[in-house]
Design a binder for this molecule. Structure first.
Ligand SMILES: [Zn+2]
Length: 384
């Protein structure tokens, strides 16, 4: 009987049958099959309650992880194995004129295309208290990590791939110093020093942080509280990766271009050279393949560039559009960054060349950054 029930359930999900139609059908069938439930939510095991919670700074609704995962497993016909989930939490301003923020918790299972929303907070400031915002999420996740997900008479193991967030949100979730403060590096014990109005991280050889150090809060300067995430059985350092979108594309690549456009006179590009780079960017626009999210556009619009445009510059167009325009030293310094990222982002290159070469290239990039652009450029993104 159980198998028959699951088959009906899959038929309803795959056919996108609405809850109303399914409930109506169940009422008709009930005379002949009294063993069937009368409500579609019972049949689909979706009788979950969307939980509304009021916090000090706003309110949030919690949809749940289990419900989303069951729909995904059915949609993508996943038959067995581990559901490896990446989570993302970020704050989004809703309006220009009013301070209303949306803080969704997103999830995405590896090899499944569609992301899913676990919860959404809306309020005038970031979610507070953090413990209440994450409470349901952490409890459900702990249960899933321990017991797996039961669906269609199969149990799927759950694992956490990572939490991908920008630096301010990482600091918020982990209850640590912000990235622009002393002892703010979440990967090493480099304390940072004050230079020209900012904290710079000059050393690259400081001892690494690890999960044990983090949980024991051995570096008191790093922590500002106890993160609710310590309840999860995960490595709280490694599971927050240094993602190249935030640190590489929106971080270092954007910084380099900004320094060339408006930095110190020593490395600033002349107006004619800036125009030439923009001309090149416009001229290759029609040659950008459709796989790229956006076509190249002029440096006049660089303040509006998205992460994907900095990525195209870093990985593909940069070596051509900067060649013979920026000084050779600056150009070769950029190539260290370009080659380091290109290796790390390609399995074939990693297999052929190894990650050590990428590390050496990026270490050299950081070392020469100070010589070329001054100590003030050794900010958090460059250090990371
Ligand atoms: Zn560090």
């Amino acid at each position: 009987m159980k198998v028959a029930m699951w088959k009906k359930m899959l038929w309803a999900i795959k056919g996108n049958v609405s809850h109303t139609n399914l409930t109506n059908l169940l009422h008709i069938l009930h005379t002949y099959h009294p063993e069937l439930p009368l409500d579609s939510r019972t049949l689909l095991d979706t009788s979950f309650n969307i939980k509304h919670v009021s916090l000090e700074t706003g309110g949030f609704v919690y949809f749940g992880i289990k419900y989303c995962l069951r729909n995904l497993v059915s949609k993508y016909n996943a038959f067995s194995g581990v559901l490896d989930i990446t989570f993302n939490i970020d704050g989004l301003p809703l309006f220009n004129s009013r301070n209303v923020q949306l803080w969704p918790i997103w999830g995405k299972v590896a090899n499944f295309e569609s992301p899913f929303v676990v919860a959404v907070f809306c309020g005038g400031a970031k979610p507070s208290p953090l413990t209440s915002y994450l409470s349901d999420f952490i409890q459900e996740l702990k249960h899933l990590l321990k017991n797996g997900l039961l669906f269609s008479e199969k149990t799927y193991s759950i694992s956490i791939h990572s939490f991908v967030c920008d630096a301010p949100v990482k600091a918020f979730l982990k209850c640590i110093k912000t990235h622009n403060g002393y002892s703010g590096c979440e990967r090493c014990l480099e304390p940072g020093e004050y230079f020209n109005g900012r904290v710079v991280l000059t050393g690259i050889l400081a001892p690494k942080r690890n999960n044990r150090l983090f949980r024991m809060q051995l570096d008191e300067e790093h922590h500002i509280g106890i993160s609710p995430l310590v309840d999860l059985p995960i490595d709280l350092v490694i599971k927050f990766p240094i993602d190249y979108m935030h640190f590489g594309c929106l971080g270092v690549m954007r910084k380099l271009i900004n320094v060339w456009l408006s930095g110190s006179l020593r490395t600033r590009l002349s107006s004619s050279k800036t125009k030439e780079i923009s001309r090149r960017l416009e001229s290759i626009k029609s040659c950008i393949p459709f796989e790229f999210n956006r076509k190249t556009r002029s440096l006049l619009e660089v303040s509006c560039w998205k992460a994907t445009e900095f990525r195209t510059t870093l990985l593909y167009t940069g070596p051509a559009i900067f060649r013979n325009i920026v000084d050779m030293t600056v150009y070769e310094h950029f190539l260290l960054l370009h080659c380091g990222f290109t290796i790390l982002l390609c399995k074939k290159h990693l297999d052929n060349l190894g990650s050590l070469l990428a590390k050496q290239l990026l270490d050299n990039f950081v070392k020469h950054s100070e010589t070329l652009y001054g100590r003030e450029c050794l900010v958090y993104n460059v250090h990371m």
